[in-house]
Design a protein around this ligand. Structure first.
Ligand code: ARG
Length: 298
């Protein structure tokens, strides 16, 4: 826990702007001196001098130094992250028995930016949301932002666009939304694929804890299709080449989805800091590197 964080900032900024615009020339000079003191979770800003403007029409020029309040989840220096490592390429268990994948690399990069250690807990997907704030601080699991989930958790800015795909036996004739009616459909429990399948007329939905078990049952003929996110569907198509095919859910009318990191409700400081770290990771090229390493390499 950061006990006391005191910083004194004196910023003197003089900005001269010469704008030549059409018929009018405007010269602006703004001088701002700010003293900012940050103590524990409180931020106190003293403006030693109010901006002086030489030109009545001058706009404000400001230096902004933001010290966010301390997040409860980050206070102990460890960010405990829940995932469900059954969802390649976003998360899977690697050859060393460790959770790995795009999401794991992303949250570790975020942890680095925030100066906290990241510990990953592998658990059932369906338990993630209810574990946030108790067993885990946050969850990263290719988790789609939904209104229903937003009632229990806060989400970061989204970091990846997704859509559900339909995985079919290579010789299947299923091709339209109507073809999915009255079918035996495999899904991963508690996922958006599960929610979509459950709304299909006459469908018999088999819910699996592990997506790969659903695909195995597809190959065994126990289910007739599997509804799962695009990238895992493509991974399974590659893994079971010749046996299954992955078809874009847009063909079945499925809506686009976005992945985000789920966080405890009401920890505004955490959301702010995670979003800031995410933005930096996107701006400095780290994000694109991770996409290349984990997603495009598949
Ligand atoms: N995007 C889907 C959802 O949010 C599936 C996510 C499954 N993720 C996982 N790690 N098993 O429901």
């Amino acid at each position: 826990m950061k006990k006391l964080l005191a910083s004194l900032l004196v910023a003197v900024m003089t900005m001269s702007m010469l704008t030549a615009c059409g018929s009018s020339d405007v010269a602006e000079t703004t001088e701002t001196t700010e003293a900012t003191e940050v103590e524990a979770t409180e931020t106190e800003t003293t403006e030693a001098e109010v901006a002086e403007t030489e030109d009545a029409e001058a706009t404000e020029a400001e230096t902004t130094e933001t010290e966010a309040a301390v997040s409860e989840a980050l206070a102990d220096g460890v960010l405990t992250v829940g995932t469900n490592a059954e969802f390649p390429p976003f998360e899977y268990v690697n050859d060393n028995g460790e959770p790995d994948g795009f999401d794991i690399a992303l949250i570790k990069a975020i942890g680095e930016k925030l100066g906290v250690e990241v510990e990953v807990e592998n658990m059932e997907f369906a338990s993630l949301i209810s574990s946030i704030g108790s067993k885990i601080d946050v969850a990263i699991a290719g988790m789609t932002v939904t209104d229903e989930r937003k009632e229990s958790v806060d989400f970061s800015d989204s970091y990846y666009d997704a859509v559900q795909y339909v995985v079919l036996p290579a010789d299947s004739e299923i091709a339209t939304a109507a073809d999915l009616e009255n079918k035996a459909i495999g899904v991963q429990l508690g996922t958006t694929g599960d929610f979509i399948a459950s709304d299909i007329a006459g469908a018999t939905v088999s819910q699996y804890n592990k997506a790969v078990d659903a695909v195995n049952d597809l190959i065994n003929g126990r289910v007739e299709c599997v509804i799962i996110d695009k990238n895992p569907a493509l991974v399974f198509e590659g893994k079971f080449e010749g046996q299954v095919v992955a078809v874009d859910g847009a063909q079945f009318g499925f809506e686009p989805e976005q992945y985000a990191i789920a966080m405890p409700k009401g920890d505004a400081a955490l959301v702010e800091q995670v979003n800031a770290a995410l933005a930096e990771i996107k701006a400095d090229g780290t994000f694109d590197e991770l996409v290349k390493t984990y997603i495009e390499a598949e």
